[in-house]
Design a protein around this ligand. Structure first.
Ligand code: CDT
Length: 307
């Protein structure tokens, strides 16, 4: 499978949807020219990472949310995908007809049909105003926890699962999808280089990103493709390091810059099968009777009584 990750440099508050979508179309064309059949774009790809700003919900909806997908602004991307016969994953802020708000991604096939939707489950940050923080992380204010679960869709005989940003740090995310026979897990992210919640060394933001993608690809025998939006958005820095990781846990392609950049790999889906048939033969080796706490407890508690 020809796979591309289209990393985005900054999207500033002043950038219009038209300008942003043109950048996405340019990268889709470059990816197709390099043999890609599927392109992964970032989380909230159409706008700046607006949860960093304190504002009322109504203002956020007006400026940053999409009422439908596709819509007139995004249609050029869907048209290019159909013309080039390239599928894609795209993250955006969704408002439903009932007024519910989600951090969403869609899976679009090579005929430009939306065949899957994912709504982000692990929402980081806070919902209150933190005037002393250098910026906000208001995903818990602007979005509801996703209500669609972690799905897997078959596209051109490949089983593709989706998640978004902070989801990638949680092992359950991948395992729920690998138990549905996912072969490729795709995700977009916006990771601020500074963690406003504690004094996390800046370089850990990138190393932890790498570690979770590599370990999760290996432990679940899947390919993982992660596309970031990065660089300085109106002065606020986010990490780059978009990448494609093999089921061996090895990074096979990685972005070098903090700007729009297409990386590609010809991925061998059979490689995942080898891991699934041997070390991670789930049917043969898993012992779910010993994993009950994972669904019974949310937070950590006391050790279990000893048998
Ligand atoms: N967008 C997103 O989910 N970002 C988080 C930052 C968490 S720090 C509050 C991430 O995990 O990259």
């Amino acid at each position: 499978m020809g796979l591309a990750v289209a990393q985005m440099g900054p999207v500033n508050l002043a950038d219009t949807r038209a300008v942003v979508v043109k950048r996405l179309v340019d990268m889709l064309r470059e990816a197709a020219a390099r043999g890609a059949e599927f392109v992964v774009f970032p989380e909230l790809a159409l706008t700046t990472f607006f949860p960093r700003y304190w504002m009322e919900e109504a203002e956020a909806v007006e400026r940053f949310f999409e009422k439908s997908m596709p819509n007139d602004d995004v249609q050029p991307l869907f048209d290019a995908a159909r013309e080039l016969s390239v599928g894609f994953y795209l993250g955006y802020a969704e408002i439903t007809p009932e007024g519910r708000r989600f951090n969403t991604a869609v899976l679009v096939d090579r005929q430009a049909r939306v065949i899957g939707k994912y709504r982000k489950i692990h929402l980081p940050g806070h919902s209150d105003h933190k005037p002393d923080a250098p910026f906000q992380h208001l995903e818990k204010k602007f979005f509801e926890v996703g209500d669609l679960g972690f799905g897997v869709w078959e596209m051109d005989e490949t089983n593709i699962g989706m998640c978004l940003c902070n989801d990638r740090r949680w092992p359950e995310t991948y395992r729920v999808m690998s138990l549905q026979s996912a072969e490729l897990i795709v995700l977009g992210y916006n990771t601020p280089s500074h963690n406003i919640h504690w004094n996390e060394p800046v370089h850990w933001r990138t190393t932890t990103h790498e570690i979770v993608l590599q370990a999760s690809a290996y432990q679940n025998a899947v390919w993982v493709a992660a596309a970031g939006k990065c660089g300085y958005e109106d002065g606020y820095h986010m990490i780059g390091s978009s990448m494609i990781v093999a089921p061996s846990g090895e990074i096979v392609a990685r972005a070098s810059y903090e700007e729009d950049e297409v990386i590609t790999a010809n991925i061998d889906l059979e490689l995942g099968r080898s891991f699934r048939e041997h070390v991670f033969n789930f049917a043969k080796h898993r012992s779910p009777q010993h994993y009950k706490l994972i669904v019974e407890r949310t937070g950590a508690g006391d050790p279990l009584p000893k048998p």
